[in-house]
Design a protein around this ligand. Structure first.
Ligand SMILES: [Zn+2]
Ligand SMILES: [Zn+2]
Length: 434
């Protein structure tokens, strides 16, 4: 059964953080969050009786209470029994035409996100809302439109490059317009994809890709930094003749992916020679893997509407294999991160990141490993480990206060009581109406 939202008494938190005091002309005091379990986002064991000192928008000190002195004149909040985790980073968030969804996700603890392929114009309204509410976040990372080949999968979200020169040109324009990553889409031929990777390396930003019918082993070996969707490995884990049937079907019709990817996975042998060749590349290059399991979740007991009855068990079996491959890829060297994908079959509005974390745990990660994927490792994929993702001094004060302990049960990520971004508490009651 689907894990339902647990009833929790949500606190209405008034913004009286250091920034608000500053705005009133008051000398900013330190804020101390005390007697709290701290999960710092590195994968280290929780600190049971922890203390965090926050000054302005930064973490000043973090550690066991006996080692962190309370500054004079500090405002102190006792959080006995609660757990603090770093603000979550959603690396696959589609804003589409719904800027309010980003603020609803903020109220669920997502303090940063990357949209992997969208025109910059789509973020104007969200940036306006953030400024109007004097929020420090969510921190927005963009990639510009997808760089795809002819007959793009999502024309409205893409630029089309017909050869490596065009690919290089479009990539440079995206970077000039503020992209902090670039995204390759699957109809881009190999040489053009390589040109985009080269632009990323020249600007020191990550290149990520939805591969599907591009060969993951070759592109990762050519320097691709990240993979969106575990299904990007589909053609790399089956024999070449079978992969080619799928490739031709998708080239003829983008919608052939819908059933075809589940057939590929259901029949794949994760110990076969093709998969072994993939693992060898993962071990060598250690790419980031944003599996986005939640968007592919299919269950025999809750079949999708309109699916042919004979496909129901194939889809459930294919999804099981996707989870297995995610775990296996992580064990072989891929760096697992978290991407919620905005709208997914088995999560309510704004809850896709929570569902993704639960599916990472169902795949075999420990709850702590799943939290690290969504925090410390995710910041690494943004190339922002010096700013975000961990609870340590000097980093942004982006954090989530949970009623329950997620290191025991990842579903406790749903028990959000407070969210802080850039040192300021977020009015979560309000954004939960968004
Ligand atoms: Zn995609
Ligand atoms: Zn997507």
């Amino acid at each position: 059964m689907r894990k339902l939202f647990r009833p929790v008494a949500f606190l209405v938190v008034v913004a009286v953080g250091p920034l608000a005091l500053h705005a009133l002309g008051v000398q900013p005091r330190s804020l101390v969050l005390d007697n709290v379990r701290i999960i710092d986002g590195t994968g280290a064991a929780p600190i049971e009786q922890g203390r965090l000192v926050i000054e302005a928008d930064r973490l000043a000190r973090v550690g066991p209470a006996e080692k962190v002195p309370v500054p004079a004149n500090a405002e102190r909040v006792d959080l006995s029994g609660r757990t603090i985790v770093p603000g979550l980073i959603d690396l696959h968030f589609h804003i589409e035409n719904d800027p309010k969804l980003a603020l609803r996700q903020l109220s669920h603890g997502i303090t940063a996100f990357r949209d992997p392929g969208q025109w910059d114009e789509k973020f104007v309204e969200l940036r306006r809302m953030i400024a109007a509410d004097h929020l420090a976040g969510p921190h927005i990372f963009t990639a510009g439109p997808h760089i795809d080949g002819e007959h793009p999968a999502y024309p409205a979200d893409s630029v089309v490059a017909r050869d490596p020169d065009e690919a290089r040109r479009e990539a440079e324009i995206n970077v000039r317009n503020g992209a902090s990553a670039l995204k390759i889409y699957f109809r881009l031929p190999f040489a053009s994809a390589k040109a985009v990777i080269d632009v990323c390396n020249a600007h020191h930003i990550p290149c990520t890709a939805h591969l599907e019918i591009l060969e993951a082993r070759e592109l990762i070996a050519a320097g691709l930094h990240g993979i969106e969707h575990v299904t990007s490995f589909g053609t790399s884990i089956v024999p070449r003749n079978q992969a080619e049937v799928y490739r031709q079907a998708v080239l003829a019709d983008n919608d052939a992916r819908r059933d075809g990817r589940y057939r590929l996975f259901a029949s794949a042998n994760l110990d076969g020679p093709e998969a072994q060749a993939l693992y060898a590349v993962l071990r060598e290059r250690k790419p980031w893997l944003d599996a986005t399991l939640a968007v592919f979740e299919r269950r025999a007991d809750h079949p999708e509407e309109g699916v042919k009855p004979e496909m129901v068990p194939v889809m459930a079996a294919g999804f099981e294999k996707m989870k297995q491959l995610t775990r296996r890829a992580g064990l072989e060297g891929a760096r697992l991160v978290m991407g919620g994908h905005s709208t997914v079959p088995f999560a309510s509005r704004g809850e896709a990141p929570w569902r993704e974390l639960e599916l990472l745990v169902e795949s075999g990660l420990s709850p702590l490993e799943a939290i690290t994927a969504a925090t410390g490792t995710a910041a690494g994929f943004l190339y922002r480990s010096d700013e975000l993702g961990n609870l340590r001094s000097g980093l942004k004060a982006d954090l989530v206060v949970l009623h329950d302990d997620p290191s025991r049960d990842i579903a406790a990520m749903r028990t959000v009581e407070r969210v802080m971004v850039g040192g300021t508490w977020v009015d979560i009651a309000r954004y939960r109406t968004y």
